[in-house]
Write a protein that binds this ligand. Structure first.
Ligand code: TXA
Ligand code: MG
Length: 364
């Protein structure tokens, strides 16, 4: 695979007016090519969801296992209706309240609406309407439902800038629409509603919190990560959840202290840095406080301050994947990460950190 990858840098005018670049990108999608584009969560790698060869090319460009189905992106809830066999009352409420937005609904698929490779042979299809003007205009201009996983090589952190996309996929895809850094920085929340509409199963926590789901659907119970226990026997399959994800190349360890708080964790990290350095490791620290970073982590080879705990989980989510990629660029071989409160959007941040650390957590 060695194609020329075009990068279209979009201006404000391109978003609001006729844009030759967007037309060109839409035309490539129609012709079965792969085009990456920004959404409010992360950059997606798009292809016509009805075109089997184009969908296969997504799996190939990403190096993605073929049993991990793709999210189909549409420009409006009406376009979603064309893909799904039925929606119950709870699903309609969620779509009405939270689309466009970082919510993916897993719904019964209308037979033949998308290529079988999109759904990895499942009878359901995952659908969302992104809350990003460029994404919706590109999808509408293409006239296709657009299958789009995150535009990273499989296993790498999801891309939150066009440069991240190029770092992973240049030479493998036709182009990337550069709309600047994404707003949320973590992927959408993937949910499956029970047939009776009474339970909303969170299959993957993300940009929409459990509280927002509950507020949008009075009467339905939200279950899954960060909420009430999901019973194993009723856990609906989400194939993607079993794969290692988001991992930097260095060994990542999360350091958390329930009893001692942030300072106790920082003291432990400071001690660990000495040990790692004596072993010849290139040691990195992921922190959410510039003050703590300069006070405690001077011994590290690379410190990345991601967002700010004072500004909240939103700022940390926005910077997280860029931070994980920065450790790779610095050649970090061992990374210690502070943790944050596991609720609201912080729950999604911690979910990604735990996966990136493959469960390697130091509780002190
Ligand atoms: O924010 C996002 O969701 C981004 C942007 C580009 O929209 N997309 C994204 O796609 O994160 P991807 O492919 O990296 O993750 C899709 C997730 C996977 O965990 C996959 O297993 C799950 O959605 N999924 C897709 N179709 C499914 C289905 N029919 N049933 C259950 N899970 C499904
Ligand atoms: Mg992904």
């Amino acid at each position: 695979m060695n194609v020329n990858t075009t990068c279209w840098t979009m201006t404000e005018a391109d978003i609001s007016e006729e844009s030759a670049a967007l037309e060109e990108a839409a035309d490539l999608l129609r012709r079965g090519e792969l085009v990456a584009f920004p959404t409010e969560t992360v950059y997606g790698l798009g292809a016509d969801a009805r075109n089997g060869a184009a969908v296969s090319a997504i799996y190939e460009a990403k190096g993605r296992p073929s049993d991990n189905p793709l999210i189909v992106h549409v420009a409006s809830a009406e376009q979603a209706d064309e893909l799904v066999a039925a929606m119950n009352e709870t699903e309609r409420r969620l779509a009405g309240a939270l689309w466009p937005g970082a919510l993916t609904l897993v719904l019964p698929c209308r037979p033949g609406a998308v290529d079988a490779r999109v759904t990895a042979g499942l009878p359901t299809v995952a659908v969302r309407v992104p809350d990003h003007a460029l994404a919706r205009r590109l999808i509408a201009a293409s006239g296709c439902p657009i299958a789009a996983p995150s535009a990273n090589r499989s296993g790498r952190p999801s891309p939150t800038t066009a440069q991240h996309v190029l770092d992973d996929l240049a030479g493998r895809i036709a182009g990337v629409v550069d709309g600047g850094p994404t707003g949320i920085g973590l992927e959408s929340t993937v949910v499956r509603v029970s047939a009776d509409g009474r339970r909303i199963h969170v299959l993957r926590p993300g940009g929409v919190t459990a509280a927002a789901l509950a507020a949008a659907s009075p009467g339905a119970e939200v279950v899954g990560p960060g909420t009430a226990e999901l019973r194993a026997d009723e856990a609906p399959a989400s194939p993607g959840v079993k794969y290692a994800h988001y991992a930097p190349k260095g060994r990542l360890t999360l350091v958390s202290s329930r009893a001692g708080g942030a300072q106790a964790a920082a003291d432990y990290i400071r001690g660990e840095l000495k040990r790692l350095k004596s072993l010849g490791e290139v040691a990195g620290v992921l922190s959410y406080s510039a003050e703590r970073a300069s006070r405690c982590y001077a011994a590290a080879d690379v410190v990345v301050v991601c967002g700010s705990e004072a500004e909240g989980a939103e700022s940390i989510a926005r910077g997280l994947y860029g931070a994980l990629r920065a450790f790779d660029e610095a050649g970090a071989t061992a990374i210690l990460a502070e943790t944050i409160a596991d609720d609201g959007l912080g729950g999604a941040v911690m979910n990604r950190l735990r996966k990136a650390a493959s469960g390697n957590i130091m509780e002190i």
